[in-house]
Design a protein around this ligand. Structure first.
Ligand SMILES: Cc1cc2nc3c(=O)[nH]c(=O)nc-3n(C[C@H](O)[C@H](O)[C@H](O)COP(=O)(O)O)c2cc1C
Length: 94
């Protein structure tokens, strides 16, 4: 018998359905562009993790204020112009 019998069982988090209990911690990738916008490379990175089987992916450090952007590799969400790119990080699971 598995030491983690629930690891591959689905659960619901509010209205969100998660296919297993494998959670990826937020880890800064520096794959955004120099202005903090989502890039195709960043999408591909998260897509690979989703396809690989991670049930719940926590997006990396994302600046909610320009002053909080401590380096050029940090994603941003302090302005509505960032929303279209960030939306692309959703729904990557097969
Ligand atoms: C390379 C790297 C990048 C990380 N980037 C972030 C980040 O962007 N945001 C964040 O909150 N934590 C970040 N962390 C912390 C991890 O999410 C995690 O909390 C930490 O590695 C401890 O994990 P553990 O409690 O499973 O040992 C980073 C960790 C590593 C190793």
């Amino acid at each position: 018998m598995s030491a983690f019998p629930k690891l591959f069982s689905p659960f619901k988090l509010g209205s969100l359905s998660v296919k297993n209990r494998i959670v990826m911690s937020p880890m800064e990738t520096h794959l955004c562009d120099t202005d903090g916008f989502v890039t195709e490379e960043l999408i591909a990175y998260y897509k690979e993790r989703a396809v690989g089987g991670v049930g719940y992916i926590t997006l990396e450090n994302t600046a909610i204020d320009p002053a909080g952007r401590v380096n050029n590799g940090m994603l941003c969400i302090h302005d509505n112009t960032y929303i279209p790119g960030l939306k692309k990080t959703h729904g990557l699971h097969p």
